[in-house]
Design a protein around this ligand. Structure first.
Ligand code: NAD
Length: 493
């Protein structure tokens, strides 16, 4: 394909208007992978115009769901054919271990197939009769695409986060301008190439990498956009919401988290260690739903801490492309510095640094960090309350169920939560009392395309994935008809 020095606008690879570019680096060795075209407001304008035209005049929103599904399935199939190569590219750009990148790319293909199915069903379910309390009228509720969507995504699951927005938007009949993160733009550009090859009409998907202030902000402020779909941090989400407020754009926000994991003392200690570690160390802890606050019932607290520290010490750290690596580098220097600053703050706050906390001695290059465990963390401390977005877990003891629930819910975030116990009734009860959009019982993190994803409180607005993800890109219209032969009676009596 193109050498990443072009933007994908209106079905063509074009040079950015101002000719700008930025570097993307391999965080395992700090080397530059390539330079990438940087979109600015003129390019965003062109991309929105192309998406607007493809929506207002193009065939895409008018096609039968089955016709759109055929394109989505072709996209899925090309992604599957290129799974290994795309996964390796994701590792180089983001740092994650290859087996995890292979999951991501597999899930990306699965997401396009899933929404292809929903696009087909949409034809049959598009219009639903509405029973009115007045039989002189008949009415239907009709689903229609919301229009031109602007999508802004983060760097932690680059291609998958693109798919969570692109697949349902295209299934609904929307057109889109996608701005990937400037830290990991490569697989989004590959997705544009794949969509092109799959026969997606010009202008339906436009991909414009660029910096947040130079490309993201003009996209979020653009009057030609009907809907904004954003995944990223709370402060940027708040800016997006303010931009959307100016002309009342439809928005959905998937933001940060500080998700609790409650472990009762009847839990199997080995299973608990496995899920706690996966919950915070997979993807280097750069996961919005990472269960970064662990609450352990008092009797299990010391034995579990000892076992957790031992297990963390055995984790293999290295380049994501090396065999057997479980923890790759953080995405870039700035994220690495942010996490080290958070660790220093935890120490200052008086938490016990039980394991990790620094760059492994054997790694002289790359943004590698040891898996890090803090115990005895104060509930009102910064490290207990704020998202670190790295491989850092905070652990506290609790006495009983009420205490665990109080502490778990004491957060401005509400993305995810997990509970572990052999007493399933207790788990089900606790799950219903946790103020979070996603609750895992006896596990942490498994994510399914079919199930709703999103947060309570400051973790966001709206839901992605499943039917809910499609609804994000649909408007509901009522069409109501007066069926009576009799006059209405306001003027004609
Ligand atoms: P970020 O908010 O810094 O950036 C996200 C995106 O917004 C990037 O593409 C960036 O270029 C763009 N951006 C930055 N400033 C902008 C502006 N002023 N206007 C418009 N766009 C702008 O977040 P990040 O560091 O890329 O990602 C990490 C955050 O994302 C974490 O808080 C994490 O929890 C969250 N996240 C949430 C989910 C979820 O599903 N809830 C999933 C992944 C990540």
């Amino acid at each position: 394909m193109n050498a990443y020095q072009h933007l994908y606008i209106n079905g063509q690879w074009v040079a950015p208007a101002k000719g700008g570019s930025f570097e993307t680096i391999d965080p395992s060795n700090e080397a530059v992978i390539t330079r990438v075209a940087a979109a600015t407001s003129c390019d965003i304008d062109l991309a929105v115009q192309a998406a607007r035209q493809a929506f207002d005049q193009g065939p895409w929103p008018q096609l039968a769901g089955a016709e759109r599904a055929a394109v989505l399935r072709r996209i899925a199939s090309i992604i599957r054919e290129r799974q290994q190569e795309l996964a390796e590219l994701e590792v180089r750009d983001n740092g994650k271990p290859l087996p995890e990148a292979l999951w991501d790319i597999g899930d990306t293909a699965g997401c396009f197939d899933f929404y292809a199915d929903l696009a087909e069903k949409l034809d049959a379910e598009r219009e639903q009769p509405v029973t009115l309390g007045d039989d002189r009228f008949s009415s239907v509720a009709r689903k229609e695409p919301v229009g031109v969507a602007g999508a802004i995504i983060p760097w932690n699951f680059p291609m998958l986060m693109a798919a969570w927005k692109v697949a349902p938007a295209l299934a609904a009949g929307c057109t889109m301008v996608l701005k990937p993160s400037e830290l990991t733009p490569l697989t989004a550009l590959e997705l544009a190439d794949i969509a092109h090859q799959a026969g997606l009409p010009a202008g339906v998907l436009n991909v414009v990498p660029g910096l947040g202030a130079e490309a993201g902000a003009p996209l979020s402020e653009h009057p030609g956009i009907d809907k904004l779909a954003f995944t990223g941090s709370v402060p940027t989400g708040s800016r997006i919401m303010q931009a959307a407020a100016r002309d009342i754009k439809n928005i959905s926000l998937e933001l940060g988290g500080k998700s609790p994991f409650i472990v009762f003392d009847d839990a199997d200690i080995e299973a608990a260690v496995e899920w706690i570690m996966f919950g915070i160390f997979w993807n280097q802890g750069e996961v919005c739903s990472a269960t970064s606050r662990v609450l352990v019932q008092r009797d299990l607290y010391q034995p579990l801490l000892a076992r957790l520290a031992e297990a963390a010490a055995s984790i293999t750290i290295g380049s994501g492309l090396e065999e057997g690596v479980l923890l790759g580098p953080l995405v870039n220097r700035s994220q690495f510095d942010k996490v080290l600053t958070a660790i220093a703050r935890g120490k200052q706050e008086g938490a016990t640094l039980l394991y990790g906390g620094s760059r492994p001695a054997e790694c002289s290059k790359g943004y590698f960090l040891q898996p890090t465990i803090f115990s005895d963390v104060a509930e009102d401390s910064w490290i207990w309350q704020e998202e670190i977005f790295g491989p850092v877990v905070c652990v506290r003891p609790f006495d009983d169920e009420a205490d665990a629930l109080r502490s778990a819910n004491d957060s401005r975030f509400g993305l995810a939560a997990a509970v572990m116990s052999k007493d399933l009734e207790r788990c089900e009860r606790v799950a219903r009392k946790l103020r979070a959009g996603i609750v895992w019982i006896n596990c942490s993190q498994p994510t399914f395309t079919e199930a709703p994803w999103g947060g309570y409180k400051q973790s966001g607005i709206g839901r992605e994935l499943g039917q809910w993800g499609l609804n994000n890109y649909l408007e509901t219209k009522q069409i109501t008809r007066f069926d009576s032969d009799q006059p209405w009676g306001w003027y004609i009596k």
